[in-house]
Design a protein around this ligand. Structure first.
Ligand code: EPZ
Length: 423
């Protein structure tokens, strides 16, 4: 397995271009199932996860080609298959999002349950609640969900989510776009990826109001058309590089980043002593040599502090002056990076969903192991700020969600390289 080797201590100076958001791109790819015309996604990130979903979509009958770099053309002229097997859903939960579009377009589908993952149990009850509200008959047997639409197709309805789940909101939007009449999603998630999906579905012909607020209204259409849509900038990639600059020191422009998509993070970074400001073409992040202050955070659905940046923020706090309390409220098991950060010298105690990080003056490089996507990149951040050499093993986790990570960082002066298996 490849590994990443970092010689810590270099400042990050320059520019990093921010890719399209993984977590938006995956749902936009599923939207291709809703129309018999081509959907072209631009600023499309090249990631293991998008390739993986591409394999599933191809199995369902979608023709996919990379027309140009960062451009993906998906064409579901007809749906050849409505079965998504265990092996293609288990490895990546976002694959489960094909269920709603398949039922909306074909009237039936059989999709494997995704199962849990390293960061928590992650059930899909809210996704199924939404599809049931739209009239789907759902049966669960032998690890598979079989869903059937009523004879006239899915029908718009009120969907009241007990928790503002990102995946369930998106799943409901995808299915409702081809349902008859109006769907109202109450307590909808408000993440920028929801707005991005709404923009794409609107361009395809659905009428959608309220995306980005807690109530989303969708007028479904009998037919949707193909469009070209630019994927929103990745706010978690933005957060990650911003925290890398803060940890290693430096002055970097994150090109294409949207300031408004990370307000909670910026306010915590300001409080710690980092400069963050909007510039013409993105966001500038700068930190001089002085030590940062410790800041407490609690993860929350958008617009709160994102759970997907919690591990990276912990890496920063490992070097801050004083103690920081980090509370994770979205996933039950999302502190796997803490013991790995401790290998570099961080002083972290975890009790349930709370971690206390006592800042140390310096971290020292060590071999560490990636456990999930965001945990892995927190180790890269710590390695950039540490003295000496850090080797991050099992980097396939990073490839799921970060495009050209080493190239983007080394372009700003980081000493980072990937060593292939066996080297
Ligand atoms: C999305 O996951 C993201 N994934 C996650 O990013 C992100 O951490 C999460 O939203 C929160 O922002 C993708 O978009 C592909 P949720 P999702 O439904 O949709 C519980 C990353 O690192 N829940 O908002 O699965 C669930 O168990 C990843 O890129 C139910 O109980 O998140 C969790 O505790 C990891 N029943 C909480 O809600 C359900 O039916 C939030 O989940 C659905 C969710």
């Amino acid at each position: 397995m490849d590994r990443i080797v970092i010689q810590g201590g270099a400042r990050l100076e320059g520019r990093i271009d921010i890719s399209g958001a993984k977590n938006s791109a995956l749902k936009l790819m599923a939207a291709a199932l809703l129309t018999d015309e081509p959907l072209v996604l631009t600023r499309m990130p090249r990631l293991a996860d998008s390739r993986f979903l591409g394999h599933l979509l191809e199995k369902l009958g979608v023709e996919i080609c990379e027309a140009e770099p960062a451009q993906l053309r998906l064409h579901a002229a007809s749906i050849g298959d409505t079965y998504a097997p265990y092996d293609l859903v288990r490895k990546m939960r976002a694959s489960f999002n094909v269920l709603g579009p398949l039922v909306a377009r074909e009237g039936h589908a059989r999709v494997s349950l995704p199962g849990g993952c390293a960061i928590g149990a992650r059930p899909v009850d809210l996704h199924l609640k939404a599809l049931k509200a739209l009239g789907a008959e759902i049966e669960i047997a032998e690890g598979y969900v079989t869903a059937k639409a009523p004879s006239g197709g899915l029908v718009g309805a009120e969907i009241d989510l007990p928790f503002a789940s990102v995946g369930a909101t998106e799943h409901a939007m995808l299915a409702a776009a081809l349902a008859r009449g109006e769907t109202v999603i109450e307590n909808a998630a408000r993440e920028p990826e929801i707005v991005d999906l709404a923009d794409c579905l609107t361009a395809m012909g659905a009428t959608i109001e309220g995306a980005g607020t807690s109530t989303i209204r969708i007028q479904g259409q009998a037919r949707l058309s193909g469009v070209t849509h630019k994927v929103v900038a990745d706010r978690i990639e933005t957060a990650t590089y911003a925290l890398a600059v803060a940890a290693a020191g430096g002055d970097t422009v994150l090109e294409g980043a949207v300031l408004a998509h990370n307000k909670a993070l910026w306010s915590s970074m300001h409080e710690a002593g980092v400069t963050v400001e909007a510039v013409d073409d993105g966001v500038r992040v700068a930190r001089n040599g002085s030590r940062l202050d410790s800041v407490d955070i609690e993860t929350q659905p958008f617009p709160g502090f994102p759970t997907d940046a919690q591990a990276q923020f912990m890496a920063l706090m490992a070097l801050a002056n004083g103690s920081s309390v980090i509370r994770e409220t979205i996933f039950e098991n999302r502190f796997m990076h803490a013991p790995e950060l401790a290998r570099l010298g961080a002083d972290i105690t975890v009790h349930g969903n709370e971690a206390v990080v006592r800042g140390v003056e310096r971290l020292r490089g060590a071999p560490v192991m990636a456990t999930d996507l965001r945990a892995s990149v927190s180790l890269v951040i710590a390695g950039l700020a540490a003295e000496g050499e850090t080797v991050v093993n099992r980097v396939y986790h990073l490839d799921r969600g970060f495009e050209r990570l080493e190239a983007k960082l080394s372009g700003c002066g980081a000493r980072i390289e990937r060593l292939p298996d066996g080297a």
